[in-house]
Ligand binder design. Structure first.
Ligand code: AHR
Length: 505
């Protein structure tokens, strides 16, 4: 007999209102994200400004509220002045992060314009690698000030009369990393970030700032980096960043899917460190988390290293073009559920990245744009995961994997959207051997009925999508029962499931 799992959904047991920016993403000047990704004049779908309309449509489908820009590692030697002004005068520059040639054809104005087309806000990063306080402040004046002053006037001269009004700003990127141009020690970064933040807020106190956290959980200075840097920046910033990528190079699925246990521990450690600094400073402010780089990333690593080493200084070479398979989609779903379970502190997150570079959306230069497998769990959460995250009261079987113990077979969370009178349950069965009978107790929600059940399943864990077609795509499932507030269905082993309830009209 199949194992049984039970989820109790209670509207009183709230975690938090979900900040829509949990479904953010990221466009870096890297590989083909910008050139032949979002922008390709001459492409059959290009609009009058050279942006690919097929990509715009797919980004709109994902409904991404905020997009981080222009890096990533790229930002650490970015000279923003190169990316504004008449295009014919823009200087091509060597990008040291990815060893490519940046033409600067797309810059701040064009990107802000593209963001409008896709309905997103810009999350801007400032260069704290090779630059510092004054360049960050100048850029902020250029983007956000309506004064009669040098940089605001420069923006006007460059065709943008009204300020861009960028609300969210990242203070550098992965400044602890040896690969970062202008790497800093925690004290160096803490001092620089605090002074930059202070000056930026003096210019525009409506902005929100993100202090740079560790590049990943395995950094030797984690979490000392967070404690030391926040000691300097805490009073001036609103968030701390977290970055983490997952992979399955060992080809051990059970252990891969269990890695959200590591993610949980990562979140708890950063939250505790923030709260320790809060206590130390006797501060009333609670610092939240911006998980502004996350995804599966490992497929293309070896090829990328060779490309950068052997063929440097190309314009928009194909880099970080991971082709995601079915199991990667399951992992992305698991990560999203984990974020929702921590929606009280993880307020922003950016799926890294959005187009061509470790991305849900891919483009063919001479052909169409298409959806990778990971497109779907992100789409479902962005579409139905808005509202209030509810505490999952879950009982289910558990298993051990190579590096993880006591892993729940099911990961699940419910989101209540009061305005639309909808409840959506996201559930993954990460047991690689067995189906599980899943019961949801919704009796707390009177007069609700099943709206639809959508599943992502595949017998081949390594199935991938391509421009030729989607082997991995969601389908509706009508095989469930619902009576007296009790829902029941079979969760296939290794599956992503979206169960939507709606109040009867
Ligand atoms: O997203 C790709 C890269 O990963 C980013 O540029 C960097 O911040 C991280 O190491």
């Amino acid at each position: 007999m199949a194992q049984k799992a039970k989820l109790l959904v209670d509207k009183q047991l709230t975690i938090a209102d979900i900040d829509n920016r949990l479904y953010g993403s990221f466009i870096e000047h890297l590989g083909r994200a910008v050139y032949t990704g979002i922008y390709q004049p001459g492409h059959m779908t290009a609009d009058e400004e050279g942006f690919r309309k097929d990509v715009i449509e797919l980004v709109k489908e994902l409904n991404v509220p905020i997009i981080r820009y222009p890096g990533g590692n790229y930002v650490s030697s970015f000279e923003w002045e190169d990316s504004v002004g008449p295009k014919e005068l823009r200087k091509p520059r060597l990008d040291l992060a990815w060893r490519t040639l940046e033409t600067n054809e797309i810059g701040i104005h064009e990107f802000a314009n593209w963001c409008k087309k896709v309905g997103s806000e810009v999350m801007m990063a400032v260069n704290l690698g090779t630059r510092g306080v004054s360049d960050a402040v100048n850029l902020l004046e250029y983007c956000n000030l309506d004064t009669n002053s040098y940089y605001a006037n420069m923006r006007r001269k460059n065709g943008q009369n009204k300020p861009f009004g960028i609300k969210t700003w990242c203070l550098g990127n992965e400044m602890d990393g040896s690969w970062q141009i202008g790497q800093k020690t925690p004290v160096e970064y803490g001092r620089l970030a605090a002074e930059t933040a202070k000056a930026m807020k003096r210019l525009d106190d409506s902005i929100e700032l993100v202090s740079c956290g560790s590049s990943n959980v395995d950094m030797p200075t984690f979490p000392e980096w967070e404690a030391t840097t926040l000691d300097y920046t805490y009073d001036y910033v609103d968030y701390i960043s977290l970055h983490q990528y997952y992979g399955n190079s060992e080809k051990d699925e059970a252990d891969f899917f269990a890695k959200t246990q590591d993610l949980e521990r990562f979140l708890h450690t950063v939250i505790s460190t923030c709260d320790f600094i809060k206590a130390k400073k006797r501060s009333k402010k609670t610092l939240n988390l911006s998980f502004d780089e996350w995804n599966v990333w490992f497929h293309a690593n070896a090829a990328d290293n060779e490309e950068m080493e052997k063929r440097p200084w190309q314009i928009a070479p194909g880099l970080l073009e991971d082709h995601y398979d079915f199991e990667d989609a399951i992992m992305v779903g698991l990560i999203l559920i984990t974020f929702l379970k921590h929606a009280d502190r993880v307020r922003m997150a950016c799926l890294a990245q959005l187009v061509n570079v470790i991305a849900p959306i891919m483009t063919e230069k001479e052909g169409p744009a298409w959806r990778q497998t990971i497109f779907y769990p992100f789409l479902h959460c962005s579409k139905y995961g808005r509202g209030v995250a509810l505490q999952p009261i879950l009982t289910c079987g558990r298993h051990d994997t190579k590096n993880h113990q006591d892993v729940t077979d099911i990961e699940s969370v419910a989101v209540y959207n009061e305005e639309n009178e909808e409840v959506t349950v996201f559930a993954v069965n990460r047991n690689i051997n067995e189906d599980v009978t899943f019961e949801i107790n919704l009796s707390n929600f009177e007069d609700y009925n099943v709206e639809e059940v959508v599943v992502l399943e595949h017998d081949d864990l390594f199935a991938v999508n391509s421009a030729a077609g989607e082997k991995v795509a969601p389908r509706k499932n009508a095989n469930y029962s619902f009576a007296d507030g009790i829902f029941e269905m079979n969760l296939k082993k290794i599956s992503w499931n979206v169960i939507r309830f709606k109040r009867n009209k």
